[in-house]
Design a protein around this ligand. Structure first.
Ligand code: SF4
Length: 114
């Protein structure tokens, strides 16, 4: 199981979660941050510091359609080629080295601005 970043992060992208993640698995997209579900060690540190309360454990998405959508979407950020790219990101093994990813999933890219 993994932790997931939900819709509250879109256009807010606080970096507290990135700063506390012990395995550097929170990646910065254009409008939102994404947790790599393969690299996450399920420690919960990010959930505690997010000022937007955007982060939740995937197991708590069961009865919430929007949260379920973001569970799939966080995984898709790494598993599918992002717009403008030929290859998926995969599991880069560290967000700092990869740096800012200048793209989002189609779901987030098309999400209405607040
Ligand atoms: Fe990183 Fe822990 Fe959050 Fe997973 S649960 S993204 S390992 S801080």
């Amino acid at each position: 199981m993994t932790f997931v970043i939900g819709k509250e992060c879109i256009d807010n992208q606080d970096h507290s979660c990135i700063d506390v993640c012990p395995v550097d698995c929170i990646y910065e997209g254009d409008r939102k941050n994404y947790i790599n579900p393969v690299e996450c060690i399920d420690c919960g540190a990010c959930e505690l510091v997010c000022p937007e309360m955007a982060i939740f454990p995937a197991r708590k998405a069961r009865n919430d359609v929007t949260r379920q959508e973001f569970v799939q979407d966080n995984a898709a950020f790494f598993a599918l080629p992002l717009p403008g790219r030929d290859e998926p990101l995969g599991n880069p093994g560290g967000a700092r080295e990869l740096g800012h990813v200048d793209a989002d999933t189609p779901l987030v890219h098309g999400w209405p601005s607040a």
